[in-house]
Structures are given as C-alpha cells and as structure tokens.
Ligand binder design. Structure first.
Ligand code: ARG
Length: 288
C-alpha cells in the first residue's frame, strides 16, 4: 500500500523536476551572475561575451549571492553511512562530495550543519540552511514544505533481522516491533505496515540496529546502502531480499527559491553528464 504512495510521490517528483528543468534554461540565461556562469555556461552556450552584455541584470542577483557570503549551508544528518557519516572529526560521504562538487561549480563554499534528520526540512524552510542533502527521499508530503532538485540516486527500504529470525519478508512483520530512524520514509512505511504502536523510533539508525542486537525489537527498516554498512559492522545480522519501496534521493531547497534550485540543477546535470556523480557513488558503494 505504501508502495503506491511512494510511486505517487515519485510521479509528483518527476513532474516537479520537469517543471524545474523547463524553467531553468531561461532563468539561468537571463540572470546569470558570476557565480552562476560557472554552472550555466556549458549548458546555456554562454561565452565570455555574454558576461558583459548582462551587466545590469547581474546587480540584483549578485547582491543575493554576496549576502550568502559565498557560502552555502548544507543541513544533513551524518548518521547515514555511506551517504553522510563521521570519520574522526570529519563529516564525509556521497552527499558531502556531491554538495562540494556542486559548490565548486557555483563558485561557493559549502558548510555542513549536522542535525537530527527531522530538523533538516525545518532548517531549510526557516532559511537556517540553504539546502538539505541527506539521502533524502522525494515524497509528496515533503513537497508540501520544500522544493526538490532533480534526483541523483535511487534507493529502497530494506528489512534487517537477526540471523535465524523467523521473519523472512514484510508479511511476517505484522505484530512485530520494528525499529526505524525517526521521521524517515522507513518510519512511515513501517507505521503503515505494523501500526504506530509497533514502531520504535530512534534518533539514529545505529541505535535501532543496537536495539535489534539486544532483542529489544524484531527488525529494522532502513535504506539499502546504510543497511549494508550497519550489517557489515556487526555480527549476526542479515538483510532480507525483499525491497519495501523504490525511492529517489534529491536535494531540498526552500520553497520558491528557484534561483538556487536552478543553479543546483544545472550543476547536477553537468556532474551527471561528466560522470562525477557515478564516480562519487561508486567510490562509496562499489558495484556488485
Ligand atoms: N531516505 C530516507 C528518507 O528520506 C532516510 C534518510 C535518512 N538520512 C539521514 N541522513 N539520516 O526519509
């Protein structure tokens, strides 16, 4: 049943991405700032000549770019290896590298703000962060409060159980306790499957996995790549074959901030085109 909802969300997302795309070429051409030109140049066949003729249009836009201090604040939750996680004092991962590559294209620095997963969207809507990148799935619900860029990766929810568990698929989850990370699609999906009272919500996926190891819960529902990371780091856990959903990740920006949305989409398109996105993903998730 949730599959249907997610499929709808995907359809909505595609519509949204298309809308964003069709708006992007004219907007970026008309409003290219210095920072923007880096990203826009290649796609909008703009050359150096373009920069001079656009002098007056740049002023207003440039003021906005400068107000941001040339820095984009990225909200994330670094508890989600390989997408974002702590490595000593550093926060690393696929989203971090993609965001940095986007920053480079836009000529801006990226500053990471690590926070609870369910604080990311509020941070973006309040303007505390410029964008959220956190292995975040595009959903219809989230589209009510933020805009999403074009998607950059596919994912699915999977079930982690202890080796030898009698749970072999989603049908066996009824009446069982499922652990999830609070506010994630795994949370929503599990709530639909087994009811609110059977879902244990943790601030970190890691805590859900610990609870499973301690037999406090019967299964964990989480995104596929983090599930693999968790299972590889502990003894006695397995991931079931069944995928509970098909999802797509995108970057969240403040609703109506088409300027930033278009810039990020232009940068993302180039990074997809030249193979950078694949390269970053393959570095953290080697192809099987
Ligand atoms: N893809 C899931 C969602 O969007 C989980 C994302 C969790 N990300 C994180 N950085 N903790 O709800």
């Amino acid at each position: 049943m949730k599959k249907k909802a997610l499929a709808l969300a995907l359809a909505a997302c595609m519509a949204a991405s298309l809308a964003a795309c069709s708006g992007s070429s004219s907007e970026t051409t008309a409003a290219a700032t210095d920072a923007e030109t880096t990203a826009a140049e290649t796609s909008a066949e703009e050359t150096t000549a373009g920069e001079e003729t656009e002098a007056e249009e740049t002023t207003a836009e440039a003021a906005e770019t400068e107000a941001a201090g040339g820095t984009l604040v990225m909200a994330t939750n670094a508890e989600f290896e390989p997408w974002e996680y702590h490595d000593g004092d550093a926060i690393v991962g696929i989203d971090v590298e993609i965001a940095q590559a986007i920053g480079e294209k836009l000529g801006m620095d990226v500053e990471i703000e690590d926070m609870a997963f369910d604080s990311i969207i509020p941070a973006v809507t309040s303007g505390k962060a410029d964008f959220g990148a956190a292995g975040m799935t595009v959903t219809e619900d989230r589209l009510q409060s933020v805009d999403f860029t074009d998607t950059y990766a596919d994912a699915s929810q999977v079930i982690i159980v202890k080796e030898g568990s009698d749970i072999t698929g989603s049908a066996d989850l009824v009446g069982k306790k499922i652990g999830v990370q609070l506010g994630t699609t795994g949370d929503l999906l599990s709530t639909d499957l087994v009811g609110d009272e059977n879902v244990e919500r943790y601030n970190k996926g890691f805590e859900a996995v610990q609870a499973l190891l301690q037999d406090k819960i019967d299964a964990v529902v989480i995104d596929s790549a983090p599930a693999k990371a968790f299972v590889s780091q502990s003894e006695g856990l397995v991931i079931l074959d069944e995928a509970l959903s098909q999802e797509e990740y995108a970057i969240a920006v403040k609703k109506g901030n088409t300027e930033l949305l278009d810039k990020i989409n232009a940068a993302l398109a180039e990074l997809k085109e030249d193979g950078t996105i694949d390269e970053i993903i393959n570095k953290y998730i080697p192809a099987e």
